[in-house]
Ligand binder design. Sequence first.
Ligand code: F6R
Length: 371
Amino acid sequence: NKGKYKHYMQKEIHEQPESLTTTMRGKLLRGGSCKAKTVLLGGLKDHLKTIRRSRRIVFIGCGTSYNAALAARPILEELSGVPVTMEIASDLLDRQGPIYREDTAVFVSQSGETADTLLALGYTLENGALCVGITNTVGSVIARNTHCGVHINAGCEIGVASTKAYTSQIVVMAMLALAIGGDTISKQERREAIIDGLFDLPNKIREVLKLDQEMKDLAKLLIAEQSLLVFGRGYNYATALEGALKVKEVALMHSEGILAGEMKHGPLALVDENLPIVVIATRDACFSKQQSVIQQLRARKGHLIVMCAKGDAASVCPGGGCRVIEVPQVEDCLQPVVNIVPCQLLAYHLTVLRGYNVDQPRNLAKSMTTQ
Ligand code: F6R
């Protein structure tokens, strides 16, 4: 039932304040004034010690689920101190990459049924690593065959393009980082700021959803473009990849997410006054580096659309001349959850305006159960 919405994708984008609330319910606890703020992941509690002691954590997934893990990687490394590596499931299998008994492998899958991820799970189990599942489907094969896991509880996702599952996956992995990170005094302030940030996230998503009309207007300007680049780095490298994936899979427009740090190593050659480029430049430790990327793109007359925190338009685009999307600022590691929303809205409106099937993009299926 789509209710007041025209498409499931649209409904699922707008549902995110509620789906995130459900994802966190019962897992995030904030007591009275003197009570600690904590995370409770019931499905993992008997395994946390093993995870903390593992030699590395390996995230394994495909598509949007891989991107969600990439968004959570920096905070997991920061809070746990354990090295985190990333594997696209099919690539791990192609290489038969090394997996050790001392590894913790985290399988991220909305459906819990993706063939590549499932085969990578079989391979990882054979190699003796602890396997953790993060899925949205209770009773799915990946949920059943992992040693332990967390259910993201985002509710049923019907649109083929994953939207609300992506934001819920990031939130669960941020909570995983808090749970693995333990309770060292030196990180207490940071942990509490993240927990407060998580509690407030549904409100911030409500706020960012107000950009709907602005994203529709932007889609009108981009309707006939051949290509769209999305530059991000740090926490928002994942936003660049995921924003581009949404545009290509539903709006059927070529789009590429680019790590801004790689700009000078090739992509800069593409820049001219025609090719539209989205630059994610919200506030975090990489902000000044992104400011200089914007300067260099402008020096080459790049057609820029800059996403920045509210009130930062003049700092990211001094003198004007870029289109600016202002989003609410949240704790840096949670910013990808906010930043993806305008990208989802843009992909949605581009698709409708270009006349393509929003909920059932050609050649794709909701759950890829074949390799
Ligand atoms: C993109 C999309 C796909 C899936 C991928 C993995 O919007 O939906 O990229 O993310 O096929 O699917 P799951 O998460 O079910 O394993």
